[in-house]
Design a protein around this ligand. Structure first.
Ligand SMILES: [Zn+2]
Length: 176
């Protein structure tokens, strides 16, 4: 039996020394990272990246982390707490090096209205949620997905707690 992929004896010792944690326990500090995938913009035909998966990590432990889709709880809309968080955290300074466009309301013919969306880094054209959903599957399948390279500190609030809460087993900390 290898709970959390560690030998049972180590697991028991760890659990007794507070290495078994439930996280997130409540609102508090966390870090956000994004997995992106590249595509050719349908309008300007140049390369841009879009966010396919969002990762929320513990402020100190990288392995204590959960993932969400970019449109979790609000595809083709503005209601997704993930979209709202990204719109707030991904400033032009953060987006530039990642080759990501702005997250803002854009008009979609498919949907027949405006929604909080991703866009081309060059020409700002809408990169639709349905298209990103498809791209996510492809990117992970063919290995084109680009893992997070920056981690942005933020305060985790109630809106993301329920989706993310689970047990984690922290790696052993070398005793000093
Ligand atoms: Zn473009």
């Amino acid at each position: 039996m290898r709970p959390f992929g560690v030998p049972l004896a180590e697991f028991v010792r760890g659990a007794l020394s507070s290495r078994l944690v439930i996280w997130p326990k409540g609102p508090g500090p966390a870090r956000l990272g994004v997995t992106t995938a590249g595509l050719t913009c349908w309008r300007c035909k140049r390369d841009t990246q879009v966010i396919v998966t969002v990762h929320v990590a513990h402020p100190r432990h990288d392995e204590v982390c959960f993932s969400l889709s970019w449109d979790e709880g609000g595809v083709w809309g503005d209601g997704s707490p993930v979209k709202q968080l990204l719109a707030r955290l991904l400033t032009p300074e953060v987006r530039g090096p990642l080759n990501l466009g702005a997250i803002k309301p854009r008009f979609s013919k498919t949907v027949g209205g405006m929604y909080l969306s991703q866009g081309c880094t060059r020409c700002d054209a809408l990169q639709g949620d349905y298209f990103i959903m498809e791209l996510r599957h492809e990117a992970f399948y063919d290995g084109q997905a680009r893992a997070p390279s920056v981690w942005l500190p933020f305060t985790l609030d109630q809106s993301l707690l329920q989706t993310g809460q689970e047990w984690h087993f922290l790696p052993a900390v070398p005793s000093s």
